[in-house]
Design a binder for this molecule. Structure first.
Ligand SMILES: NC(=O)c1ccc[n+]([C@@H]2O[C@H](COP(=O)([O-])OP(=O)(O)OC[C@H]3O[C@@H](n4cnc5c(N)ncnc54)[C@H](OP(=O)(O)O)[C@@H]3O)[C@@H](O)[C@H]2O)c1
Length: 230
């Protein structure tokens, strides 16, 4: 079993990599080749027991890497923010360009690799092509691409992911987590337990354990949210 983790350098990705290694998976952490921290990531992932692949974000390059390694699971844990998109020089609809665009590219590469890997997509609660938010709409479109790929898939829709250890501090995200959890604890007391399970915040470690469990042990074609991600 060999896992390929795109977005390995992210808040969730860097928890998924050691969780896969702990399950005995040969684990390849993808780092973009132009990353200013490529050397640092090679050291950090080697210390976790994983190897680094720095293929270009191009279908043929990624498909070759997956084919050569005999990849059985692809984790797609990527996505941008306004700040990161600005630094990357991404213009226009940043979520269409990165969250949707790179997911489609990775799905196409996984199909072209011929290894028929299971595709694990980290989406978001509320993702829908009918959403009014550009972010949730792009996530909905990306989910549709994953479902139509012909590959076995897992789509995970967590609520806010919070905790210590982010490179960029995101006070709004942290505040949203605290506020949502506060409101939901009252809702839970009033009996709205499913609502609380769906929207309660989570941490990278809890989410990583759930993603790995669903990927390796779960049924094919799984849409997971709420309690499935605990
Ligand atoms: N944070 C939340 O509360 C939350 C809630 C629900 C769903 N999600 C979804 O889960 C995803 C992962 O969350 P996270 O907190 O781990 O995100 P994160 O820390 O921002 O990590 C994002 C990953 O995507 C990569 N990336 C971003 N832009 C890229 C580009 N233009 N080209 C190539 N790689 C790019 C980053 O690589 P570099 O390190 O090289 O920049 C990093 O590995 C998010 O994108 C989000 O949509 C997040």
């Amino acid at each position: 079993m060999t896992a390929f983790v795109a977005g390995a350098t992210g808040f969730v990705g860097r928890a998924v990599v050691p969780a896969l290694v702990a399950r005995g998976e040969t684990t390849i952490a993808h780092v973009r080749p132009d990353s200013a921290r490529l050397g640092e990531w090679r050291e950090r992932f080697a210390a976790m027991g994983a190897t680094v692949d720095a293929s270009r974000w191009e279908q043929d390059a990624l498909a070759d890497a997956m084919r050569t390694a005999g990849v059985t699971h692809v984790f797609c844990l990527i996505g941008t923010t306004r700040g990161r998109a600005k630094a990357d020089g991404v213009a226009g609809n940043i979520y269409d360009a990165v969250d949707y665009g790179l997911t489609k590219l990775l799905v196409d590469a996984a199909v072209a690799s011929g290894t028929k890997p299971r595709f694990v997509y980290l989406s978001s609660v509320g993702a829908s092509t009918r959403a009014t938010s550009a972010y949730l709409k792009a996530r909905g479109r990306a989910e549709d691409v994953v479902r139509a790929s012909g590959l076995p898939w897992v789509i995970a829709r967590p609520s806010v992911i919070t905790g210590d250890g982010r490179d960029d501090e995101r006070p709004a995200e942290r505040a949203a987590g605290v506020m949502i959890d506060g409101v939901l604890s009252v809702a839970g007391l009033l009996g709205a337990r499913r609502l609380r399970a769906r929207y309660r915040s989570t941490t990278p470690d809890v989410l990583a354990a759930a993603l790995v469990r669903l990927a390796l042990d779960g049924a094919a074609d799984t849409l997971a949210e709420g309690a499935d991600l605990r």
